[in-house]
Design a protein around this ligand. Structure first.
Ligand code: SAM
Length: 331
């Protein structure tokens, strides 16, 4: 049978054995059967998946040393890697382009990603309850860059849910060399994720504006938290001090599937309506083309192509240019 015609199930991305291993000793352990059933039930809906799967399988076997953050790269030392293995590694990683979140450094290879994702992490790291010993969920985690930072900060479990098969394959590529069972990603949407009251900290970064019903998303984030747990919410916002929002009709900064641009006050009100307590905004930041840009590993349009060339305060759709806020609150 031609590979293109094979239908893969989500369980091809993460196996039951990995779930058992990663969830051992955490509140997720009791959910292994339910999640295994879900992963067996749903198929991967992307024609390129066989290509990405082959790329992950083509990654060379290498000796690794502990991974760490190094000058804003997630760095995995690959001591004594041969030239042949380095070029095999680079070709496999390039098959997984575009790389949006990172950057990563695997031995001699630097994956220079569209986003300097450490900037977001640096904005929030000193404001959150320290992650030491906590069970952490990252909703819409992209390729999992921040999961590694959560793990480094001491999280007992750093679990991401992310429906994109490409981002799951990128995660698998990094995971291959940074083998840590307590850092995991599930190829599910948050709406499919069946677990409540299990996490000490829940992150939702860059997801709220993709939800048609932001209040439902906030309610589900609250449900995922243990009583007293902490939500870290990062989202695009509209400028202004008032409680308001801009409806997005078509695209915003070239992005589709973006429904609304609320002010900080509007986001805080939604959080209050979802029964969050101690809501505080710890950062508002206008995104710069130094943080989000075209690179060798993400060669397509990026932020600078989405700004009005005659007025850099506006997007090409004539809306306020992207700015992002981080709010923290408790269940
Ligand atoms: C803008 S990216 C943010 C990635 C990462 N959290 C960060 O802040 O760098 C949004 C991510 O949310 C994922 N996403 C979209 N809808 C989702 C849903 N319903 N459940 C879980 N993830 C979702 C997308 O696939 C995408 O990877």
């Amino acid at each position: 049978m031609n590979d293109e015609t094979i239908k893969y199930k989500l369980i091809d991305i993460v196996s039951e054995a990995q779930l058992i291993d990663g969830f051992n000793g955490t509140p997720m352990a009791e959910h292994v059967s339910a999640i295994t059933a879900l992963l067996n039930e749903h198929e991967i809906e992307h024609g390129f998946y066989p290509r990405w799967r082959d790329a992950v399988n083509a990654l060379p076997k290498l000796n690794t040393q502990a991974a760490r953050n190094d000058e804003d790269h997630w760095f995995i030392d690959l001591p004594n890697i041969s030239n042949e293995n380095a070029s095999q590694l680079e070709s496999a990683l390039k098959e997984l382009m575009p790389w949006r979140k990172g950057p990563f450094k695997l031995g001699p290879i630097t994956i220079d990603t569209e986003w300097r994702s450490s900037w977001k992490w640096n904005r929030l790291a000193e404001h959150i309850t320290p992650l030491e010993g906590r069970d952490v969920l990252d909703v819409g985690c992209g390729n999992g860059y921040h999961l590694w930072r959560m793990h480094e900060a001491g999280a007992k479990l750093a679990l991401g849910v992310e429906p994109s098969p490409l981002f799951n394959c990128q995660f698998k590529a990094i995971q291959r060399y940074a083998t840590t069972p307590s850092v995991m990603m599930l190829p599910l949407t948050f709406e499919q994720f069946p677990v409540t009251q299990a996490f000490d900290s829940v992150f939702s970064m860059g997801v709220l504006y993709h939800r048609r019903e932001p209040s439902e998303h906030l309610q589900s984030l609250r449900d995922a938290l243990k009583p007293g747990g902490e939500l870290i919410l990062e989202t695009l916002i509209a400028p202004g001090e008032e409680d308001s929002e801009i409806e997005i009709e078509d695209r915003y900064a070239n992005m589709r599937n973006l429904y609304q641009l609320p002010s900080v006050l509007r986001v805080a009100r939604w959080m209050e309506e979802a029964s969050f307590k101690d809501i505080r905004c710890i950062s508002v930041d206008v995104t710069s083309p130094f943080e989000q840009r075209t690179t060798e590993w993400m060669p397509y349009h990026s932020l600078s192509n989405a700004l009005d060339p005659d007025n850099k305060l506006l997007t090409i759709e004539g809306l306020p240019r992207p700015r992002r806020a981080i709010l923290i609150a408790n269940r």
